[in-house]
Design a protein around this ligand. Structure first.
Ligand code: ZN
Length: 107
């Protein structure tokens, strides 16, 4: 999703090889690190249902704009993925919050 957002909003970054601009790359790296540490892992619900607020507020705001921009466009680029994501969010019950472990604590 970040790729779509970056391509549409930062056309000067040079996206010949699908590269992201520095700002978007940083956000992506950050998101990946958070997903890495998410205690739900494979059972991760869609973010709207996730009880854990993975992102710090600044990144959360940026991620939201990415989602807002790319969400409707996802249907065009990845229709099946979007449908699965949508059904996932509808069908799956909210999982219980995992117990906190010290190793999951993020400063
Ligand atoms: Zn960008």
């Amino acid at each position: 999703m970040i790729e779509i957002f970056c391509r549409d909003n930062h056309p000067d970054a040079g996206h010949d090889s699908g590269a992201l601009c520095d700002e978007c790359q940083q956000l992506l790296d950050y998101a990946m690190r958070r997903i890495d540490r998410c205690p739900y892992q494979e059972g991760k619900p869609t973010c709207a249902k996730c009880l854990i607020h993975c992102y710090k507020s600044e990144q959360q705001g940026r991620t939201r704009s990415v989602m807002r921009h790319s969400g409707p466009r996802m249907v065009r680029y990845h229709p099946i993925l979007t449908l699965r994501h949508y059904l996932d969010g509808k069908a799956r019950p909210r999982p219980p919050k995992p117990k906190k472990k010290k190793t999951n604590k993020i400063k």
